[in-house]
Design a protein around this ligand. Structure first.
Ligand code: NAP
Ligand code: G4F
Length: 334
């Protein structure tokens, strides 16, 4: 039985990856930092099947202890301060966790378990002010946020450990991926949760920032499969994981409100507080390499993703006793 260590187990991807690895027969160890209110909700359904250990990307000694104790075959470094907007107000913390945290864990691996295979959660945010479209593994980086800058550092730290110490270390350059487990501050989940609240009469509108930003949005449940595949190859390499489609925030709103029979124009307002000091206007990936070498491709479509998220946010409310007050119930929930 192989052992996988997942940092960021309490996050969106951590929970999907843990479920996938359990299905594949892995022993799964999940690392969590100490919190007054531990966030175990996303993996509640599998909590008794995984081992939870305490560790923090800010604390070198905790990483050495965790790795030396569990002796992983594979390490998935998903932990990060991952919200781009917050990285502008907490740039130093973001650099410490999302950037330097990668070197801390690579260093712990080099010393305590150098044969373990390492996956780094790199990001399409590294492309930033894009040099070319679509973006591939060869596209140069031009990050536009402290988060993007930190991810570029982590990406190169991973390559550097691979080249310096012959470690099996690789990065997935993942484009935006969403799900019903997405944090409420990210634009997709913010929209779908508001749509459900508006339909149930709990809210009257939603304030957003840049509606014209375009992203290549996929489903997290598809993307975590690519992470696992990257660690099963003969040689460690970096891969773009995307859908090869780009859509605007406005299109996301259109489909999300349309799902409950509403017109987004009647409910969306613009609030400059949600604009960023520097914006990434367009992301569009090309996953050809992953398709060819890993045999990976996404399954959930853009419309399917939006509808899955709206339905989930609506169902949670209906199960708790709420009723549709505006628009209509999607047929799948009737
Ligand atoms: P997420 O939901 O924000 O999860 C982040 C995880 O990191 C949480 O479990 C969080 O724990 C943990 N964490 C934060 N600071 C930590 C620290 N100092 N020490 C240990 N753990 C810490 O993110 P996600 O969407 O699952 O994304 C997973 C990874 O992929 C992240 O690295 C993200 O930057 C990267 N990525 C995401 C996307 C995307 O579209 N989702 C795209 C490209 C790359 P708490 O619960 O304690 O906060
Ligand atoms: O949902 P977002 O906050 O995601 P963003 O900034 O693209 O970052 C996500 O994807 C990255 C991969 O490219 C990850 F690495 C990162 O960890 C994270 O998961 O914003 C998406 C777009 C932006 O252009 C933003 O300006 O939506 C725009 N937007 C418009 N109104 C808004 C809002 N974003 C948020 N969060 N809230 C708004 O009200």
């Amino acid at each position: 039985m192989k052992t996988a260590l997942i940092t960021g187990i309490s996050g969106q991807d951590g929970s999907y990856l843990a479920e996938h690895l359990l299905d594949l027969g892995y022993r799964v160890v999940g690392m969590m930092r100490r919190s007054a209110t531990p966030s175990t909700g996303r993996f509640a359904a599998i909590e008794d099947k995984i081992e939870l250990v305490a560790g923090d990307l800010l604390d070198q000694s905790s990483l050495m202890r965790v790795i030396s104790d569990c002796q992983p075959d594979e390490v998935y470094n998903l932990a990060a301060q991952s919200f781009v907007h917050s990285s502008f107000t907490e740039p130093i913390h973001t650099g410490e966790v999302t950037g330097l945290g990668v070197t801390r864990i690579l260093e712990a691996l080099r010393i305590c378990a150098p044969k373990a295979r390492f996956y780094q959660a790199s990001s399409s945010e590294m492309f930033g002010d894009v040099f070319e479209t679509p973006q591939t593994e060869a596209t140069p980086f031009h990050p536009r946020s402290p988060y993007g800058v930190a991810k570029v550092y982590g990406h190169w730290a991973t390559i550097n450990y691979r080249e310096s110490y012959d470690m099996y270390a690789c990065s997935g350059i993942l484009f935006n991926h969403e799900s019903p487990r997405r944090g409420l501050e990210f634009v997709t989940r913010k929209i779908t949760d508001h749509v459900a609240a508006i339909a149930c009469g709990e809210k009257d509108g939603i304030a957003l920032g840049n509606l014209d930003a375009r992203r290549d949005w996929g489903f997290a449940g598809d993307y975590i499969k690519a992470m696992h595949l990257m660690l099963q190859q003969d040689t460690p390499e970096d891969y773009v994981i995307s859908t090869n489609e780009t859509h605007s925030v406005r299109e996301f709103c259109e489909i999300a409100f349309g799902r409950v029979g509403l017109d987004y124009n009647d409910f969306v307002s613009i609030d400059p507080r949600f604009y960023r000091p520097a914006e990434v206007e367009l992301l569009l990936g090309d996953f050809s390499k992953a398709k060819e070498k890993l045999g990976w491709e996404p399954e959930v479509t853009f419309a399917g993703l939006v509808e899955m998220m709206v339905d989930s946010d609506l169902k949670r409310r209906l199960d708790a006793g709420a009723e549709i007050k505006r628009g209509k119930l999607p047929e799948s929930l009737a």
